[in-house]
Ligand binder design. Structure first.
Ligand code: 13P
Length: 311
C-alpha cells in the first residue's frame, strides 16, 4: 500500500496513536532510537528492560523500534503476540559475527565450558547457549553459572569486562560492536580536558582501555539511573548518541556530552515515524521463529531473567 502523505509530524504522530489504540498495540523503543521514535514510544529501555516488558505486556501487538535481534527476543518470550519490526533491514553487525556452525565448532573445543550468549545474537545462537545475558546483568549471569569455564559470545569487550569481575575462566569470541569500537581513548582525554568536572560513563561494549578510563561502566538504563542518583551535573556518555536524548529528556537540568561524533549506530537510526505508521497500518514486518529454535532460545532467556532482578 502506498504511504499516505503527511504535511507534518504532528499529524503523523496522531495517526500513529490512533492506530496504536485501535489495534491494542504497545510501542517500545531502545535507548539508541531516533529522538522522535523515543518520544512516541510507550516505553524506552535497555535490552534487559525491553525483554522483561515484552514478556509481561498484555497488548496484542508489540511494535519493536530497534534492531532485529531485540524484536526476535520479544517474539521468543511472547509467541502468542504479533511482534513487528518497523524497519526490517535494521540488523546488528555484532549479532552477525557468530553463526551456529562456528559456535558448534567452538563448543566442541571446550566441552566442559558453560555457554553464555550476549543477547546481541540470533535466535539460533541463543538456542545453542546455556543462558543469555545483557550488558546490565552479564557479570551476575556468568558468576551464577555452575561451570568454572565460560565460553562467552559474541562480544569480546563485554566478555573482558566480565572477566575483571569473575573468578571463572572466560573464553572470548572475537566479536565487537563497530559503533562502540569507533570511540578512542583520545576522545575521552580530549573531552575530559574541556570538562574536567564531568563523570565518564562507559558502555561495556567499549574496549577495555576505555572502560578503565570510566567512572562507571553501565548498560544504557543503568546510565540513566546513575545520572539521576548522582549529585554530579555533567556526564560524558560513552555509548551510542541516541542515549543523549533519553538522558536530556529525563534530566533537562544536567549536562551530557558525547565523546565522539562516530557514536552513531546506522541500524538503530533506520526506524522513522513513517515506518512506525506503516508498521501499524499494514502489520509489518512480523517476526517469525521456527518453534524448535524458539523453545530452546526461550530457555536461555528465561535462565537470564531468573538470575537477578533489574536494578
Ligand atoms: P543495553 O542493553 O545497554 O541497552 O545495550 C544494548 C546494545 O545493543 C548496546 O549496543
Amino acid at each position: 500500500m502506498a504511504m499516505d502523505m503527511f504535511w507534518d509530524d504532528t499529524e503523523l504522530i496522531e495517526k500513529i496513536q490512533k492506530l496504536k489504540n485501535e489495534k491494542n498495540a504497545f510501542i517500545i523503543a531502545h535507548s539508541y532510537e531516533r529522538p522522535e521514535i523515543q518520544d512516541i514510544a510507550d516505553e524506552v529501555g535497555d535490552s534487559l528492560e525491553l525483554s522483561r516488558l515484552a514478556a509481561k505486556t498484555d497488548a496484542d501487538i508489540i511494535v519493536f523500534c530497534s534492531v532485529h535481534f531485540m524484536a526476535e527476543t520479544a517474539k521468543i518470550l511472547s509467541p502468542q503476540k504479533l511482534v513487528l519490526l518497523p524497519a526490517i533491514e535494521a540488523g546488528c553487525p555484532l549479532a552477525d559475527m557468530i553463526t551456529p556452525e562456528q559456535l558448534t565448532i567452538e563448543k566442541s573445543k571446550y566441552p566442559d565450558a558453560g555457554v553464555v550468549a550476549y543477547v546481541n545474537c540470533s535466535a539460533e545462537i541463543k538456542a545453542m547457549a546455556d543462558v543469555c545475558c545483557t550488558s546490565a546483568n552479564a557479570i551476575q549471569v556468568v558468576n551464577a553459572m555452575p561451570q568454572d569455564q565460560i565460553l562467552f559470545v559474541p562480544d569480546q569487550h563485554l566478555g573482558r569486562w566480565v572477566q575483571k569481575h569473575s573468578n571463572k575462566k572466560i573464553i572470548l569470541w572475537a566479536g565487537g560492536c563497530p559503533t562502540h569500537q569507533r570511540m578512542k581513548a583520545r576522545d575521552i582525554f580530549q573531552i575530559k580536558e574541556e570538562h574536567p568536572d564531568a563523570l565518564v560513563l562507559m558502555h561495556p561494549e567499549a574496549s577495555e582501555e576505555l572502560c578503565q578510563l570510566a567512572d562507571a561502566v553501565l548498560s544504557t538504563s543503568q546510565m540513566l539511573r546513575f545520572c539521576q542518583n548522582s549529585t554530579a551535573q555533567k556526564f560524558i556518555i560513552g555509548t551510542e548518541m541516541g542515549m543523549l536524548h533519553r538522558l536530556r529528556t529525563a534530566m533537562p537540568n544536567k549536562i551530557f556530552f558525547q565523546p565522539s561524533k562516530g557514536l552513531i549506530c546506522p541500524n538503530m537510526k533506520m526506524t522513522q515515524l513513517e515506518d512506525v505508521y506503516e508498521s501499524l497500518l499494514e502489520l509489518k514486518y512480523p517476526i517469525e521463529i521456527p518453534e524448535h529454535i524458539r523453545i530452546q532460545a526461550k530457555k536461555s532467556l528465561e535462565g537470564m531473567l531468573s538470575v537477578i532482578p533489574v536494578k
